[in-house]
Design a protein around this ligand. Structure first.
Ligand SMILES: [Zn+2]
Length: 499
């Protein structure tokens, strides 16, 4: 009898510890310390090995050599041949801990058998931590000093390169990039009120991103997440950036696509950015609530995507087909500005002194994005064969390049860079050259250049990057400044469509 009782106790203990091990390490210690990179990996492995819907892979390494893991959740046998593929990635910024914690809660749920109805028509990819080096010392940048969320074009960091390689392999239809914003800055304290939204949600804003994607994200997904968060007692806001309202304008994020939202959106992806509230210490303060805010926002989005999986798949795939079959001749925006829509923004804030709710009327509100300069989309760009940086860049992005080509009667334009002036857009300086278009020398084009058609997934990406006057151009980015030099011909030429 004694032996039986002991055995039972042992089994019960084993059962409990097995159950416990499927809880995230941070939850087990009551959120008094976020998960270390080592714990993220070990917990992800444990979750994956305990469930037949989960599998884990190492898709790269951080600057210091820590494995970057992705966990895939999919039904063992898919009812749906083309499931909606969703990529969630957290903690590009190491001092923003709650996204990773929410991703671990989600993994824990999936390992315990929750939310498996999602897998009827979705395949989830979860990257709980993109910047383990930064996270372990609670710093924004990676170990090489790179801000990963400004590195999605040039991709100097191994972390961003690995993420985009994973994306290119799987071609996810939806991406969710999880961050935190820092409300407790001195300027806001002096202003007298803070933003204390539990979660802000941002959507693509660059007009070169498909209209259907922008409208689906903003008009359909965003209200669903807002309603769910409110019902769970969390506050929500459509993501805004800007200084305190008396010191400058308020707008909805940036138009650039070097970040984890728009870099995917410009390739036909329904892309979101989550911005949960950070703690006053930027680390552990309020971590439990911060985590659950992000977690509930994820649950709401995934439930919404599950209910709208066919539509979301179609919107992304149509956008990609349009890019792949894009013809020359239409206009593409290369310089953009944010404009007011005539209405002030009513911004609910919290008093810095008492914490009481306070409504601030923001007059300097610029919610609209409009082009200020457009170019006609060419048929192709010609990129110098002897420029190894440009050729590596094309290779890195898997951009389609034709080595052997012939140009019979299409005009070819070369830009002379007359003078380089400075411009400030989105409160950041960039170079704005004055140019004179010329007919390019036609001999030896085939010998000296490779041909890069605009009829490809990267169509809008290419125009934005290869136009010398583009405020988002490659010439504005680290390592490619040499492309713009006064008194020279811009190295990339345009093949115009035939008249
Ligand atoms: Zn961030």
């Amino acid at each position: 009898m004694q032996v039986k009782k002991g055995l039972f106790l042992l089994l019960a203990l084993a059962f409990v510890s097995c159950q416990l091990s499927l809880e995230s390490p941070t939850l087990l210690r009551a959120f008094n310390q976020p998960a270390s990179s080592d714990e993220v990996i070990r917990f992800s492995q444990r979750a994956a090995s305990s469930s037949d819907v989960l599998s884990i892979e190492t898709f790269g390494k951080s600057e210091s050599g820590i494995p970057l893991v992705a966990i895939k959740a999919s039904a063992p046998v898919h009812n749906n041949e083309n499931p909606l593929r969703v990529l969630i990635f957290a903690q590009q910024h190491g001092n923003e801990q709650s996204g990773k914690e929410a991703a671990l809660l989600l993994l824990s749920d999936l390992a315990k058998g929750k939310h498996h109805h999602w897998l009827e028509n979705m395949e989830l990819w979860i990257v709980p931590q993109l910047n383990p080096d930064g996270s372990d010392v609670n710093q924004r940048r990676n170990a090489g000093g790179i801000d990963l969320n400004r590195d999605h074009i040039v991709q100097l960091a191994p972390e961003t390169r690995a993420l985009h390689a994973l994306f290119r392999r799987e071609m996810h239809h939806v991406t969710i990039d999880i961050h935190e914003y820092q409300p407790f800055r001195e300027s806001w304290e002096e202003f007298g009120a803070y933003k204390t939204f539990d979660v802000q949600l941002g959507v693509p804003t660059n007009p070169n991103v498909s209209t259907e994607i922008r409208s689906f994200a903003l008009d359909q997904a965003l209200p669903v997440v807002e309603e769910h968060l409110n019902s769970k007692g969390f506050s929500f806001n459509h993501y805004i950036v800007g200084p305190v309202p008396t010191q400058g304008r308020t707008r909805h994020s940036t138009v650039d696509f070097d970040d984890g939202r728009q870099s995917f959106a410009i390739l036909g992806t329904i892309a979101f950015i989550y911005e949960g509230i950070n703690g006053r210490d930027g680390f552990v303060e309020n971590l439990e609530r911060r985590t659950y805010g992000q977690y509930e926002a994820l649950l709401a989005m995934l439930e919404f995507l599950h209910s709208n999986s066919k539509k979301a798949t179609m919107i992304s795939e149509n956008a990609r087909q349009q890019l792949i079959h894009q013809q020359p001749g239409d206009k593409v925006a290369i310089r953009l500005e944010h404009f007011p829509d005539g209405n002030p923004l009513l911004l609910p804030l919290s008093s810095a002194r008492t914490g009481a709710d306070t409504l601030v009327v923001v007059q300097n509100y610029h919610p609209l994005v409009k082009p200020t300069l457009e170019v006609i989309r060419p048929q192709a760009y010609l990129v110098p064969r002897n420029d190894s940086l440009l050729k590596d860049f094309l290779l890195l992005h898997n951009i389609k390049v034709t080595e052997s080509f012939e140009i019979i009667d299409n005009p070819v334009t070369a830009y002379h860079i007359d003078e380089i002036k400075m411009s400030e857009d989105e409160e950041l300086p960039n170079r704005f050259p004055e140019i004179t278009p010329k007919q390019a020398e036609r001999q030896n084009l085939t010998e000296n250049y490779v041909y890069v058609t605009v009829s490809q997934l990267h169509s809008n990406f290419l125009v934005s990057l290869f136009e010398p006057q583009s405020m988002l151009g490659l010439a504005q980015r680290p390592g490619f400044e040499y492309l713009l030099e006064e008194g020279t011909i811009f190295p990339v030429l345009r093949v115009e469509s035939r008249e």
